[in-house]
Ligand binder design. Structure first.
Ligand code: NAD
Length: 282
């Protein structure tokens, strides 16, 4: 049980964290004192292991040297059973869960007229059902833990999910992906209202154009549609960005692993916060 003067016991799970935005969020959370479960799918197991080893070699836990700072768990977020096991394992190894970052997502470039039922299922399975599994099962765990101050020395538990700027203004050829991210905003708003009595905040982040493997895939698929050589679509997006540059994962990690994970955001809930260098204005 944490007393008022003890160090808060900060424990997070970040899904889809072997690379890209998720990895940058993990590194920012560790800097902020969190112990973190790094999740991704089985094909990313080696990257998870490397990140866990890198973090544990550098950092010890602020409240207990015996507690690892990082733990790796392979799980597919589309399976509620796997998400439930991951949450249980994290709590048993790291302590009460104070933050869930439902970051895992997949993109798809296709004009809507060419989209198949399988395409819809694939994108919605990860981006909506997978995120919902993480929101719901994290919330259930947090409710069981009881008062967040007593359990972990924090004022509120936090749940955060990955939306996108296309959740606010859809992009042609990203139609199904855009629709899945609009769903994230809806879930985030409803969950925030339902979880407020349990001292759980729920917010989403909406990145713009961030240089990750996902954007390499988008760039390649756009190139196939438009005949533009590799890298050209990505570079041309700079014209859309007020600050004149595409983003890096650390730009998103500052919002999520910095602000949203800190007590500075304790009074913010139900929001989708845009981090895009000034592409859309909400
Ligand atoms: P990325 O493709 O580099 O990384 C996503 C990670 O999620 C991968 O490691 C992948 O293996 C993992 N993943 C996929 N399906 C999974 C599943 N079923 N279970 C567990 N893990 C799974 O993508 P990124 O650019 O780092 O994007 C992270 C999040 O941010 C995504 O939700 C994405 O939609 C969103 N986003 C990204 C951008 C961008 O410009 N990169 C913009 C807006 C929103």
């Amino acid at each position: 049980m944490a007393s008022a003067t003890s160090v808060p016991r900060l424990t997070a799970i970040v899904t889809g964290a072997a690379r890209g935005i998720g990895k940058a969020i993990v590194l920012r959370l560790v800097e902020a004192g969190y112990s973190v479960c790094i999740n991704d799918v089985a094909s990313s197991a080696a990257d998870i292991d490397n990140l866990v080893a890198e973090i544990n070699a550098k950092h010890i836990s602020p409240d207990s040297p015996a507690r690892p700072r990082a733990l790796g768990i392979v799980a597919d977020v589309t399976s509620s059973a796997e998400v439930e096991t991951m949450i249980k394992e994290t709590v048993s190894q790291l302590g009460p869960l104070t933050l869930m970052v439902a970051n895992a997502g997949v993109a798809q470039i296709k004009p809507l007229i060419n989209v198949s039922e399988e395409d819809v299922d694939k994108v919605f399975n990860v981006n909506v059902k997978g995120l919902f599994n993480c929101y719901k099962l994290a919330a259930k765990q947090m409710i069981v833990q009881g008062d967040p101050q007593t359990a972990a020395g924090v004022n509120v538990y936090k749940i955060v999910g990955a939306a996108s700027i296309v959740a606010c203004k859809a992009w042609a050829t990203l139609g199904i992906y855009s629709a899945s991210k609009w769903a994230v905003r809806g879930l985030t708003q409803a969950m925030a209202m339902e979880m407020a009595p349990h001292k759980i905040t729920v917010n989403a982040y909406a990145p713009g154009i961030i240089g990750t493997a996902m954007w390499e895939q988008i760039d390649e698929a756009m190139g196939e549609l438009t005949g533009k050589p590799k890298g050209v679509t990505f570079k041309q997006t700079e014209n859309l960005i007020s600050l004149g540059r595409t983003g890096v994962p650390e730009d998103v990690a500052g919002l999520v692993g910095g602000y949203l994970a800190s007590k500075d955001s304790d009074y913010v809930t139900g929001q989708t916060l845009v981090v895009d260098g000034g592409v859309i204005f909400t």
